[in-house]
Design a protein around this ligand. Structure first.
Ligand code: XMP
Length: 313
């Protein structure tokens, strides 16, 4: 039976041994895995760790502030690059092209930030066991090119340490709880490296990210209020690239639809759509239409994985 109390001291010893008197670096994505790897590494080596968070302008509402607040004593450098990412994504609609551009810009921004930090000996990564299976096993055929902070180039001349490599997500969360991390970190949902870009079908623009971010925040707030946050693997909003006709007061509207997506899953490889209560769906829909400008319709995605994927792109 796996126990965090046994795992934590071993992981800390391993990180200390690898880093020695050197320096270590970690890239934070906003998702749960890299945050917990950072927490563990910080516990192990304190000020020898520097964290980089590339703000690609595609994070969820409040995400960066939450991470910064959760790690008050960590040397965390937030690198704002939203203008670069938006410029690179301009006019691009193909899902794979979007993923590749974001992956490439992420590496550029990371390399740039790394130069400012000086020599580094160890790169800490938040790889978890399902990532290991997915990239090596029979499912390795590329359905989507995954970009995550585990996807940094490995020719960078330093050693890579992956303290969570043998853990499943529930075990990772137990480690977070045992380390005393806030719920906002431990119960953070998985979040794709390309961020909100893969939840905007079609071209990504700052305007659309703004619309999606507001709708997404409402979905997550209502899930939390209903006490469902821990049962649900992911719940989020998707913005479609079409418009439909509606009516508000006695005015005709012509606005964007938002898709609500909520799935249950153990590891993200397969997933079931969640039978959310009607009342909850109704609250979400009326809040989204009432509060988010330019959205006039809300639909619920009832596709499981397979045949659907969890994300829309
Ligand atoms: P799909 O959409 O393939 O997603 O069913 C499965 C799980 O993986 C997450 N996801 C990603 N995570 N980088 C990541 O770190 C990515 O590029 C990426 N794409 C999808 C997705 O949120 C879901 O949990």
């Amino acid at each position: 039976n796996w126990q965090p109390d046994q795992f934590i001291p071993q992981a800390i010893a391993q990180i200390r041994e690898k880093v020695g008197n050197g320096r270590a670096l970690i890239a934070l994505s906003g998702g749960v895995d890299s945050a917990l790897a950072a927490a563990l590494a910080h516990e192990a080596i304190g000020s020898k760790l520097t964290a980089i968070l590339i703000d690609h302008g595609l994070m969820r509402q409040g995400e960066i502030e939450e991470v910064v607040q959760a790690f008050p004593s960590l040397d965390l450098r937030v690198v704002r690059r939203d203008d670069v990412f938006f410029a690179a994504l301009k006019g691009v609609t193909d899902p794979e092209a979007k993923r590749k551009i974001i992956g490439r810009e992420f590496i550029r921004a990371f390399e740039h930030a790394k130069e400012a930090i000086g020599p580094v000996d160890v790169l800490i990564q938040g790889t978890v066991y399902p990532d290991v299976i997915e990239s090596g096993g029979k499912n390795a055929r590329t359905i989507k090119s995954h970009h995550n902070v585990g996807g940094l180039p490995d020719d960078v001349g330093f050693e890579i340490v992956e303290p969570l490599r043998w853990l499943f997500k529930d075990e990772v969360r137990k480690v977070g709880e045992a380390l005393g991390l806030p719920d906002s970190i431990v119960w953070r949902q998985p979040f794709p490296g390309p961020g909100l870009a893969v939840r905007i079908v079609g071209e990504v623009t700052p305007d659309k990210v703004d619309i999606l971010r507001q709708a997404d925040a409402i979905v997550r707030q209502e899930i939390r209020k209903a006490g469902l946050e821990r049962q649900i693997w992911q719940a989020f909003a998707v913005l479609l690239d079409i418009r439909s006709v509606g009516v508000m007061g006695d005015e005709r509207t012509y606005g964007f639809p938002i898709v609500i997506r909520a799935v249950e899953s153990l590891d993200g490889m397969t997933a079931d759509w969640v039978r959310l209560p009607d009342d909850l769906l109704e609250t979400m829909a009326s809040r989204i239409i009432g509060e988010v400008p330019r959205v006039n319709r809300v639909v619920y995605d009832i596709t499981s994985k397979p045949p659907g994927t969890i994300e829309w792109e």
